[in-house]
Structure formats: C-alpha cells, structure tokens
Design a protein around this ligand. Structure first.
Ligand SMILES: [Zn+2]
Length: 316
C-alpha cells in the first residue's frame, strides 16, 4: 500500500498555455474564453492561461491579456501566465495575473536554443523582475520554472546537482515559488523521487508545481514518485495537449482527466468533476480538429467501480 499520500492535491491546468503553444491551430479568443470558463466550471482553481510573448513568435498566445482579464472575474481562481523576460513580466503585472512563471532550462544547450540565454543569465533576469515587481508594488508572484530538469534532446543528461544549484540560485534571486519540469519526457520515477526530494527540501513552502510530459508513458508514474516526496501540485493538460518547440516528439503533458482518475482512485481530493473534464475535452477536440489529443480515460471510459467510493487516503 502506498504511504505518504496527501489528502488533497491541486491540478494546475496548463492547456491554454503549454497546450496551445504547441499546436499550429490558432484558437479564436471567444473559444479560449469558453475553454477557460468550462475548465473553471469543472472545478479547476489554478489555470495557466497563456504567455506574454510577442505575437509574431507565438501567434497562438495572442489575446493573453484578455484571457487574464476574464480569468480574474472568476471567484477563487488562481491565474498564472508564462513570461520569457522582464518585458513579458511587465505585461503580466499590468494584466493582474496572480503569478508569472519564468522558465529556466537546466540544460545549458536547451537554454541557449530555447531562450537564447545561459541558465545563470535567466537567474539574473529573475532578479531584475523581482526588483521591478517590488518597485511597482505589484502583488504578482514570481515562479521560477526549472525545465529540462531530467535531461534534454540537445544535451542529453542534465546533472541533478546543477538542477539543485539553480533552484537555490532562483530562490536567492527573489523567486517566490519554484517548480520542476520534465520538458521533454526524459524523467523516470527513481530520478524524479531523488530530485524532487532535494528540491522540495530546499524550497520548502516555496515549492510549487511538478510538470511532467507523458512522452514515453511515464508521466503518471512520475507524478506518484514526486507525490511520495511531498509534491502536492501538478501541471496537466486536458486531452494530454502540450509540447515544446525545441523538444521534437515531446508532445503531451500528463492528461488532466487521467490524473484526476489516478488521484480519485487513491481517495485524494482534487475538487474536479470528471464528467465536466471529459465534456470539455470533447469540445477541445472540436476546436482543434487537426490536432492529436491524448490520454486514455476518454477512450476506455470510466469503469463500473468508479467513483471509488470506498477508498480513503493512507495518510490524511
Ligand atoms: Zn510542458
């Protein structure tokens, strides 16, 4: 029997950002807003709603300020956005987002290819963002999102000690929250267990989210491994959307509906409605007719033993 289980977890829905940035389809703003509202109606209370990058680079992310504005009208919704630099951070603060995530690649090679900066230059950018945030009086939290934490397609292996060093550097530079991401689907449960253990201990209450892609089928296993050492917040995408422009074949965050199935099977509360998640997944499939959606629950359907009425967490 599994031990060390939390009684509740938070699923941070990332499909409007990680999902949409990796597909060719440009989703019109009215569909993005419907997507947002239905995700909220399904019980999601943390949503990464887009990123503040120039529209010429990522036209899929156009209208992020409008999505944030709509999201801020939904009670108790915690709204995060991705920002690539100080310029994006200024837009995020002006939008009123609760949190802005600055991605940092622990892989030096991936960092240069994706962000055109070395990891330590990204740390310096976090310090500049922190200074600008404090000077402006903005309350938008800064999340340092350490990506390619388990290796990358360009460089191969990434030293876990380098990941831990960067977590410490981000905290020192003024990041309010820290997350770890397996950007390209290289993570395996044993490595996840050890690295999350170190990162969660180092960041303490400032540790935020675990971000896994299911590229090689280990997404759910990695979630369990991270949860076993204290992670209680997980990024996911409806329909298993998601990818990385510099990680060929890395398509697919862990799917929100599959993750909800896992947690509810263990008696861990998510606050999510499986029925509404699956209904929204279908709408997303309609909005993205040329894209491949993933995940397994939608295909197999729910079993007769669902909703697992008798399960209780090992540790409340
Ligand atoms: Zn991702």
């Amino acid at each position: 029997m599994l031990t060390n289980l939390p009684s509740t977890v938070v699923v941070r829905e990332a499909s409007l950002r990680d999902g949409l940035q990796s597909v060719a389809t440009i989703v019109p703003i009215e569909n993005k807003l419907a997507w947002l509202r239905e995700a909220y109606a399904a019980g999601l209370r943390e949503i990464e709603v887009g990123s503040f990058v120039p529209a010429r680079l990522l036209p899929q992310m156009e209208g992020t300020a409008d999505v944030v504005a709509e999201a801020r009208t939904l009670p108790d919704l915690f709204v995060s956005v991705l920002v690539p630099n100080l310029r994006g951070a200024e837009m995020a603060m002006a939008s009123g987002a609760h949190m802005m995530t600055l991605p940092l690649s622990a892989s030096h090679a991936h960092s240069l290819a994706n962000l055109r900066k070395a990891p330590d230059e990204v740390v310096a950018e976090v310090a500049r963002i922190r200074a600008a945030r404090d000077a402006s009086g903005s309350k938008t939290l800064i999340e340092g999102g350490v990506g390619t934490a388990f290796g990358c397609t360009i460089q191969g292996a990434v030293d876990p000690a380098e990941v831990v060093r960067l977590v410490g550097q981000l905290l020192d530079a003024g990041a309010d929250r820290i997350s770890l991401a397996d950007t390209v689907g290289y993570a395996t449960p044993d490595v996840v267990h050890d690295l999350f253990d170190q990162a969660v201990r180092l960041a303490g209450d400032q540790f935020w989210s675990a971000h896994f892609h299911d590229t090689r089928g280990l997404g759910i296993a990695n979630v369990l491994a991270a949860m076993d050492v204290g992670a209680t917040r997980f990024d996911a995408c409806l329909g298993g959307l998601g990818g990385c422009p510099h990680a060929p074949g890395a398509s697919g965050n862990v799917s929100t509906e599959d993750l909800n199935y896992l947690f509810t099977s263990m008696g861990i509360s998510t606050g999510l409605s499986m029925e509404k998640l699956l209904a929204l997944r279908q709408r997303i499939a309609d909005w993205l007719p040329h894209e491949t959606l993933r995940g397994v629950i939608w295909q197999a359907g729910l079993p007769k033993i669902y909703p697992f009425a008798s399960t209780t967490p090992a540790h409340a």
